[in-house]
Design a protein around this ligand. Structure first.
Ligand SMILES: Cc1cc2nc3c(=O)[nH]c(=O)nc-3n(C[C@H](O)[C@H](O)[C@H](O)COP(=O)(O)OP(=O)(O)OC[C@H]3O[C@@H](n4cnc5c(N)ncnc54)[C@H](O)[C@@H]3O)c2cc1C
Length: 433
């Protein structure tokens, strides 16, 4: 099949890799508007389930991603310099730029035609059997067909900015600081030995009252460095200053949903199909899972069976994505009600943060003895180690039990690959942020 993919982010590049790895008969072109080696954002977090899914599709990609990542040993929450509350969990951090480099290199090795500095204005013509829209949350091409896809876009109430720092955060850290204009916090985590991501977030009212809506970049960074000084250990905050990509700006998170994921021979994957609030760190995993599911549905698929394959892809991915979007909505809502949670003592505040994915905004968290006891144990080093061991074993068992493929449109000629299903929201020992 001849496939044109618009967007060379994680979704587009990994789709190209998976499609070629599973069916070398596909001819795939990826059109990316940025130059090589550039991207937006800093580091991302992910967990073992991402690596495991990639390993099943293309082991060299999984190895390269793991080699480019670092592991952070747990999460903690610090409120105004008081002793941190530990939340447990462990995960990986990786530079987005490195991830894009790894994926580009592998896609080219597999024979994908990756073309940079191709800003696509309209659906590419030129004889493709399928156009994959992997052009991100603000997809121009999806918006032009919003009625056909049944797109909704809803902006969250908080503002955030995605920054970097040379401060190597030991743990994944949620740091909350009170200002005269209200609470402001950062999500800080290391993604390479000498660099961390720092996503700063606050309510829209606090953002305006602190003047960030009208401040230039340098003043904004200087102001944030003062607010988070005790967490930055003298290191600076960074926005882009080189050719690695565009500078980050304050923004409200857009939640994107689509009633239909394909329209004729045009299909949505990754952020162009759906977004999930960054506070659960799942968007890249979902993009990878979409990409693998679409590649499997298209394996050995003649153009005449395309509609069936796209429907199978949508049927498989929609429920998994909706579950994660629900959890992300709860998490985003928790951060929109920080003032209320701040009335809790630090230990309970930390537990409430830990459980935020499971409780819709405005509802009380009903804490049973099990998570409460685990949370108390997590405050001791030994408890954290035990928790990590249990979580790792449980993940191993879950991965072992994961179902084998049942999607076969058209029936594959070889043994089907295992499906790359998303873990249920808030599942297992996965830490989230
Ligand atoms: C602050 C923040 C923090 C995040 N942290 C995490 C995290 O820790 N872990 C995680 O898993 N996820 C995280 N995410 C989500 C993650 O970044 C996205 O879900 C993921 O990048 C989606 O991949 P994608 O390929 O679908 O879209 P993108 O990464 O947005 O890629 C889209 C690509 O399409 C290109 N493009 C767009 N329009 C065109 C066009 N017209 N022509 C050609 N090319 C085009 C763009 O240049 C871009 O390269 C975070 C998001 C935010 C906002």
């Amino acid at each position: 099949m001849r496939i044109t993919c618009v967007g060379g982010g994680p979704a587009g590049l990994y789709f190209a890799i998976a499609a070629r790895a599973l069916d070398p008969g596909h001819e795939i072109t990826v059109l990316e508007r940025r130059p090589p080696g550039s991207t937006y954002g800093w580091g991302i977090v992910y967990w073992d389930d991402l690596l495991e899914g990639v390993r099943r599709v293309d082991p060299p990609t999984a190895r390269a991603i793991r080699a480019g990542s670092i592991r952070w040993p747990g999460q903690q929450v610090a409120v105004q310099g008081r002793p941190p509350v530990h939340l447990g969990g462990t995960g990986y951090g990786m530079s987005r730029r490195r991830l894009i480099d790894v994926l580009t290199t592998r896609a080219v090795q597999l024979g994908v035609d990756v073309r940079f500095e191709h800003d696509v204005d309209d659906l590419p013509s030129g004889g493709a059997d399928l156009v994959v829209l992997a052009d991100g949350a603000n997809s121009r091409l999806r918006r032009a067909r919003a009625a056909a896809f049944g797109t909704t876009e809803r902006l969250g109430g908080n503002r955030h900015i995605w920054l970097g720092s040379t401060e190597p955060f030991d743990h994944f850290t949620f740091a909350f600081e009170r200002t005269a204009a209200g609470w402001i916090w950062c999500h800080g985590y290391r993604y390479q030995p000498d660099a961390s991501t720092v996503i700063v977030e606050c309510s829209g009212a606090t953002w305006e009252a602190l003047g960030f809506d009208a401040m230039d970049d340098d003043d904004c960074l200087a102001g944030l460095e003062r607010i988070f000084a005790r967490h930055l250990g003298g290191h600076r905050l960074r926005n882009r200053t080189d050719d690695q990509g565009g500078r980050s700006a304050w923004t409200a998170f857009p939640t994107v949903t689509n009633a239909h994921w394909y329209d004729g021979p045009t299909v949505l994957i990754g952020d162009s199909a759906h977004t999930s609030h960054f506070s659960i760190g799942s968007g890249t995993r979902l993009a990878f899972q979409d990409a693998a599911a679409l590649a499997r549905a298209l394996r050995r698929c003649p153009p005449a069976h395309l509609t069936g394959a796209l429907q199978a892809y949508e049927d498989l991915r929609r429920p998994a994505v909706l579950a994660v979007q629900d959890a992300a909505g709860c998490s985003a809502g928790w951060f929109e009600h920080v003032d209320e949670h701040m009335r809790l003592p630090d230990l309970e505040f930390g537990l409430s943060l830990r459980l935020r994915r499971t409780v819709p905004p405005g509802e009380e968290i009903d804490v049973t003895w099990m998570p409460a006891t685990l949370h108390r144990l997590t405050q001791w080093r030994l408890g954290r180690t035990a928790r990590r061991v249990v979580s790792t074993s449980r993940r191993g068992v879950e991965q072992h039990r994961r179902p084998r493929a049942t999607t076969a449109v058209p029936p594959p000629a070889r043994t089907a690959e295992p499906l790359d299903t998303a873990p249920s929201a808030g599942s297992g020992g996965r830490a989230d942020r």
